[in-house]
Write a protein that binds this ligand. Structure first.
Ligand code: NIG
Ligand code: FE
Length: 410
């Protein structure tokens, strides 16, 4: 049933239909004892005080519990074949992420396994991750392709996501992103510009025609795709109607944040080495800075400057980056603690980053990301009255219920 009435809840939510930037990330609506009415999966009333039970509605008493918008994990690579635990151990012993990739491992390792994997294998594995993540409060997740690089496998990854989305009882909505520019396809080794041509001429129109991806992303990084190559691909994608995103300034400072600002991308992600000018330009141009603390943690890299970005007026989002290589974790609890402890976000800022700003990074802030009338009935109930439990239960799940489109999942 998707008619639900939540009563006696401590409701905490950002508000609005677009990303909140700078100081505004701290301003949350706080209703100490409120109600939420969800009708046919959409929020139809929110307020403080009593709401009498209605016929046809399941009632959930949230006395002593905090209720937040469902979490939006706006950057993941959740459809992939194989695993790479050996690379994790090599990195523990001093190898670097890029040197493993240069030797034909890294992303190329997963490309081989994903090409070999069947549709059903990929789907089952992605559904396993989705199950784990939705127990931690995720109601919308982004999914990128990028482990096929060839036409057949990129379509296979995107079709897996479409199949999951078509289940009426799905636990999450997947926002789909074409990341053919994750690495130069082996078939185009040494010819990155020809590979960019292939994506522009063949893949982008095909994927668009089939409605398989909403957004287009590129790994803009030294040794992968240059700023010029990234610009060419993203401009073509934008002209076809894709939202655009970048993996930017992850390993070195490379001008990715500046490019994101120039193109007014939905988001630039990672940003460990984003320059001061890049951060200012992103703030001025409304580009969401999507920070991925779990990746910095697992790669033992310095964290992106979350505090500085917010103080510079940026809208910051937080996401897991779940993938088989740099960060095989979808842990929302650990992500939240790292963002508060090491990126110096307040609890209020981290909530906005993981809800409304995540939705904005996917171009969906008008549909989800806050508890407001007209938005999807996607909410989480914590097993505590205060949202401060989120970083405090360090690495442990404080979510009691995840509610997707008004359906109680667990
Ligand atoms: O966001 N940096 C590029 N892409 C992913 C890692 C992909 C992989 O190693 O398989 C990331 O970290
Ligand atoms: Fe990524």
């Amino acid at each position: 049933m998707s008619n639900l009435l939540i009563i006696n809840a401590h409701i905490v939510t950002p508000t609005g239909n677009s990303a909140r930037c700078g100081d505004k990330m701290r301003e949350l609506l706080d209703l100490p004892c409120g109600y939420i009415e969800i009708t046919d999966g959409i929020i139809t009333a929110v307020g403080e005080g009593d709401m009498s039970p209605k016929e046809g509605y399941q009632v959930l008493d949230a006395k002593g519990k905090c209720v937040l918008p469902g979490f939006i994990d706006s950057h993941t690579h959740l459809v992939f074949g194989g695993y790479r635990p050996d690379e994790f151990v090599w990195r523990m012993n001093g190898d670097s992420y890029m040197s493993i990739m240069e030797r034909g491992g890294g992303i190329y390792n997963t490309v081989r396994s994903t090409r070999e994997a069947s549709f059903d294998e990929l789907k089952e594995k992605a559904e396993w991750f989705i199950d784990v993540m939705s127990r931690m409060g995720v109601t919308t997740v982004e999914g990128k392709s990028g482990y096929g690089l060839d036409c057949f496998t990129e379509l296979k990854q995107l079709e897996v996501m479409r199949a999951i989305n078509s289940d009426p009882n799905r636990k999450v909505d997947i926002a789909t992103t074409y990341l053919g520019a994750h690495a130069v396809a082996p078939e185009y080794a040494g010819e990155p510009d020809l590979y960019i041509d292939f994506m522009i001429d063949k893949m982008l129109p095909l994927i668009h025609e089939r409605g398989l991806a909403e957004n287009c992303d590129v790994f803009c990084e030294k040794g992968v795709f240059t700023v010029e190559q990234s610009r060419r691909l993203l401009e073509a994608a934008q002209a076809m109607g894709y939202g655009i995103k970048l993996h930017a300034d992850e390993i070195v400072s490379f001008g990715g944040a500046e490019l994101a600002a120039e193109l007014k991308a939905l988001s630039a992600d990672h940003l460990l080495h984003a320059s001061d000018d890049g951060v200012s330009a992103m703030a001025e141009n409304g580009v969401v800075a999507t920070l991925l603390p779990l990746t910095a943690f697992t790669l033992r890299e310095p964290y992106a400057r979350g505090r500085y970005m917010i103080d510079s007026g940026c809208a910051v989002a937080l996401a897991t980056d779940l993938n088989p290589g740099s960060c095989c974790s979808g842990s929302i609890p650990l992500l939240f603690a790292l963002a508060c402890l090491y990126m110096h976000l307040s609890v209020e800022e981290a909530i906005t980053a993981l809800t409304l700003n995540g939705a904005a990074a996917l171009g969906k802030a008008d549909k989800t990301g806050s508890i407001e009338v007209g938005k999807q009935g996607d909410v989480v109930m914590l097993d505590c009255e205060t949202p401060n439990v989120l970083p405090y239960y360090t690495g442990m799940n404080s979510v009691l219920h995840t509610i997707k489109s008004g359906r109680l999942l667990f």
